[in-house]
Design a protein around this ligand. Structure first.
Ligand code: TYD
Ligand code: MG
Length: 435
C-alpha cells in the first residue's frame, strides 16, 4: 500500500514540473486500509498491553514518563527481555511461521540505547529481573548501545533493523547539528523528531524514557507529548510498592487506561486484582475506616480510606490528607460540620488512602466523609460495606457514573452492601443511620 504521504513525497522529490494534473494523488479505499488492531504485537506483560490498547503498534513512538527512580528503566528492561525472547523464538521456529505480518523486515533484535547507564549496570539489572522470569533470557537478541548521539542511534537502527528500540533516556540524546547542550528543549525535541522519523520509515516501535521532576524539568516530557503517539505515565509513591502506569495520550486506543504493578526485589510485578491488594491489610470493625470504589481508567478498584479525628492543641486545627486532595477534605469537613452537626472545628483531621494510591475521583467523597464521621463518633462502620457517591455542599449524596461496574467489583470482592445515593440522599441521613 502506498500512502498519500509517500506519493506526495515522491512528487516533491521529482519536482512539480508545473502541471496541475500531476498533483492528483490516489485516495485509499477505506476497505483497503488495514487497521492497527491486526498489527499489534503483544508485549507479554498484560498490564502494559492494557495501557497500550492491546500491544505495541509497529512504527509507534511511546513516551514513558515519570520521576527519577520510579521504575521506568526496570519496566523497559523487562519489556526488552520479553520481546528479545519472542524474537529469538521467531528466528528459531520454522521460517515465517510466527513472524507478525505487520513488520516489513524480520526483526533482528531489541536495541536498548543506554545514554544514562553503562551496559554493566543494565546487565546487573537483567540479572536481578531474571529471577522472576519463567523463561531463560535469550540475551543473544538483546543489544545494548551506550550512545548519546541521536544520529549515531538512527544510523544504527537503519543498519540493524531491530524489532524494538528503547531509548533511556531522551534527555541524554543530542545531535551535533545543534549547539545547545544535551537536555535542552532544542536537543530533546530534535532528537525525538529524528527518532520518530526513523520509527515511521522502518515501522520499528520506539520507546522513549522521559524524566519528569516534581518541580517540572525544563526540557521535560511535556514538550514531547504532542509529538509522540502514546504517552504513558509511571507514577507511585516511593514509600509504597504500588506503581500505576497511566495512558495520558494514545493515538491507537483509549486514554486514561491504568496498569497496576508492585515493585518487588525482582522487578515490577503485575497486579491482576488491585482491590484485593489494596484491601489486604484492612481491619474490620475499626473506627475511621471506610471502603470506596473508584474507577482508574475503566477499571473499578476498591480502596480503603482511613481517617483520624483527634482533639487539636492548635489555634487552627490541622487538616492533613495523603492520597486525596486536601481541598476536598476541607470541603467535606465543612459539610460534616454544617449539615451533619459534627464537631470538627476544634479537631485535627487526618485522611489517608491505604496502600499509597492517589484518588482523584469525586465518587470517593461519600466514603471519605463517612470515615471522618466514623472516627469522630468513635464507632466503626458496618462490615462488608462499600460507599459510592459524590457529596455536594448542601450535604446531598449524588449519583456517580458507571455504577453497575462498581457494584459488580464490590460484589466480586465480597462486599455484600454498597451504600450509594439510591439508599441515602443526604450525608446526614447516612451518618444518623450507620453510626
Ligand atoms: P529504575 O527503573 O532505575 O528507575 P528510573 O529508571 O525510573 O529512574 O528503578 C529504580 C528503583 O527501583 C531503585 O530504587 C531500585 C528499585 N528496584 C527494585 O526495587 N527492584 C528491582 O528489581 C529493580 C530492578 C529496581
Ligand atoms: Mg532509569
Amino acid at each position: 500500500m502506498v500512502s498519500t504521504r509517500t506519493q506526495n513525497a515522491k512528487r516533491h522529490a521529482n519536482g512539480r514540473a508545473g502541471k496541475t494534473q500531476n498533483l492528483a494523488v490516489k485516495p485509499i479505499r477505506l476497505s483497503e486500509v488495514t487497521g492497527v488492531a491486526e498489527k499489534r504485537i503483544p508485549t507479554g506483560i498484560g498490564e502494559l498491553d492494557r495501557v497500550l490498547g492491546g500491544g505495541i503498534v509497529p512504527g509507534s513512538v511511546v513516551l514513558v514518563a515519570g520521576e527519577p527512580g520510579i521504575g521506568k528503566s526496570t519496566l523497559l528492561t523487562q519489556l526488552a527481555l520479553r520481546v528479545a525472547n519472542s524474537i529469538w523464538h521467531m528466528a528459531n521456529s520454522k521460517r515465517g511461521e510466527t513472524k507478525p505480518s505487520a513488520i516489513r523486515h524480520t526483526p533482528s533484535a531489541v536495541l536498548y540505547v543506554c545514554g544514562e547507564e553503562n551496559p554493566g549496570q543494565i546487565k546487573l539489572r537483567v540479572g536481578r529481573l531474571e529471577a522472576s522470569l519463567k523463561f531463560k533470557v535469550q540475551s543473544a537478541k538483546l543489544f545494548l548501545l551506550p550512545e548519546v548521539d541521536v544520529d549515531a542511534v538512527v544510523s544504527t537502527i537503519e543498519k540493524e533493523k531491530p524489532g524494538l528500540v528503547i531509548v533511556d533516556s531522551i534527555q541524554t540524546m543530542m545531535t551535533g547539528d545543534l549547539t545547545s547542550s544535551a537536555g535542552s528543549v532544542g536537543q530533546v525535541s530534535e532528537s525525538t523528531r529524528r527518532l520518530i522519523s526513523v520509527a515511521k520509515a522502518l515501522e520499528v516501535p520506539v520507546f522513549l524514557v522521559g524524566h519528569v521532576t516534581k518541580e517540572g524539568a525544563i526540557a521535560g516530557p511535556k514538550i514531547l507529548e504532542h509529538m509522540v503517539d502514546v504517552v504513558l505515565e509511571l507514577s507511585g509513591d516511593m514509600q509504597h510498592e504500588f506503581r500505576l502506569l497511566r495512558t495520558t495520550k494514545n493515538r491507537f486506543g483509549t486514554t486514561d487506561e491504568v496498569g497496576v504493578f508492585v515493585m518487588e526485589e525482582v522487578g515490577l510485578e503485575e497486579v491482576l486484582n488491585p482491590s484485593d491488594r489494596f484491601l489486604e491489610d484492612r481491619q474490620d470493625k475499626v473506627s475511621g475506616s471506610a471502603v470506596v470504589c473508584v474507577l482508574e481508567g475503566t477499571r473499578p478498584m476498591l480502596v480503603e480510606i482511613q481517617a483520624l479525628v483527634v482533639p487539636s492543641q492548635l489555634a487552627i486545627p490541622r487538616r492533613v490528607a495523603s492520597g486525596v486532595d486536601l481541598r476536598r477534605v476541607q470541603i467535606l469537613v465543612a459539610v460534616l460540620t454544617k449539615r451533619c452537626g459534627l464537631r470538627l472545628g476544634d479537631a485535627d483531621v487526618y485522611v489517608n488512602v491505604a496502600g499509597g494510591l492517589t484518588i482523584r475521583e469525586p465518587a470517593s467523597d461519600f466514603g471519605i466523609a463517612m470515615a471522618i464521621a466514623s472516627s469522630n463518633r468513635n464507632r466503626a462502620l458496618p462490615t462488608k460495606t462499600a460507599f459510592i457517591g459524590e457529596v455536594g455542599l448542601l450535604g446531598e449524596v449524588r449519583k456517580v457514573g458507571r455504577l453497575n461496574q462498581r457494584l459488580a467489583e464490590a460484589k466480586a470482592q465480597g462486599f455484600s452492601r454498597v451504600v450509594s445515593a439510591s439508599e441515602y440522599r443526604s450525608l446526614a441521613a447516612a451518618v444518623r443511620a450507620l453510626l
